[in-house]
Design a binder for this molecule. Structure first.
Ligand SMILES: O=P(O)(O)OC[C@H]1O[C@H](O[C@H]2O[C@H](CO)[C@@H](O)[C@H](O)[C@H]2O)[C@H](O)[C@@H](O)[C@@H]1O
Length: 272
């Protein structure tokens, strides 16, 4: 496997994330084989390449096969910013735990866990206002989810991106129940609740009987940082690529093929 020698564009936090090379993967596999593992995986940018539009993201068959194999061996959760139904359809593997809308909407063996239902009218209003405000900006996409509204800027001309940011700021100012967060070429409004992917992962560890497990979380974006931080003292966060900001992950992989390599190595070791 290639070594993770990609440059970091921002200084690291107190926890320095080193490249996860083959020796590191073998050590992690041994660690998991000697405990109750649990695997938490982000979707876009971790299992699928980032593409120009959200609707174009497709999970490759090889990655789907890896998820199927792993799910027979250990609890596997997909923790995505996407709407739960959207990510579940795109992954298309039974027997996984699915958490959508950054963990506001969870479908797990213990049941359906939703947060933010009271915030949906505000999200509806914000979605409509944003569609209206951005109608004249070519390439601006509004993605409406059950517990968030995302505005995508990947296809917006550079000079017009500040207009998109201004529009989101203005709409956010009229909806005090919502807060702004960011991602890759994306600004989002979500319920202003103390909830995020990190809390969702800890919640799942509690509800799914994973308290004694060694949880591993793999993700690529800023919203995954909450999960890396949540697992810092009890598991392992693995950052994929470089989101250009400090990270709380303990280790890094360079790209999605390297994630595939990691998952293959874990399957091989855990499958005995
Ligand atoms: O938590 P994730 O599963 O990684 O979801 C994060 C966001 O992913 C999607 O947007 C991102 O991927 C798109 C397709 O590659 C890309 O065009 C966009 O620029 C990225 O931000 C998804 O559309 C969002 O809803 C998720 O929040």
């Amino acid at each position: 496997m290639q070594q993770s020698t990609f440059p970091r564009s921002a200084p690291q936090t107190a926890v320095s994330a080193g490249p996860l090379d083959d020796a590191g993967i073998a050590a992690l596999a041994d660690r998991l084989a000697g405990s109750d593992p649990a695997l938490f995986l982000d979707f876009d940018g971790t299992l699928t390449e980032i593409v120009q539009r959200p609707d174009l993201a497709e999970l490759g068959e090889a990655m789907r096969g890896r998820l199927r194999r792993l799910a027979r061996l250990v609890p596997v959760a997909i923790v995505s910013g996407r709407d739960l139904d959207d990510v579940r359809t795109r992954v298309g593997v039974e027997g996984l735990i699915y958490a959508g809308s950054h963990g506001f909407d969870i479908d797990a063996p213990s049941g359906r866990h939703r947060r933010g239902e009271d915030y949906r009218p505000a999200l509806e209003r914000a979605g409509s206002a944003l569609e209206q405000a951005l109608a004249g900006i070519p390439g601006a996409l509004v993605e409406r989810k059950r517990y968030a509204v995302a505005v995508h800027t990947r296809l917006v001309e550079e000079a017009r991106k500040p207009e998109v940011a201004d529009a989101v700021r203005s709409v956010a100012a009229t909806e005090p129940q919502l807060r702004r967060t960011g991602g890759k070429e994306l600004v989002e409004l979500r319920p202003d609740l103390p909830w995020d992917k990190g809390r969702a992962v800890l919640h799942l560890i509690g509800t799914e009987g994973l308290g004694a497990s060694f949880p591993v979380y793999v993700g690529d974006d800023l919203t995954d940082e909450d999960a890396f931080a949540a697992l810092r003292d009890r598991g392992m966060g693995i950052l994929v690529g470089d989101h250009g900001h400090p990270t709380a992950a303990a280790a890094m992989l360079p790209d999605i093929p390297a994630v595939g390599h990691l998952l293959d190595a874990l399957s091989a070791r855990l499958g005995g």
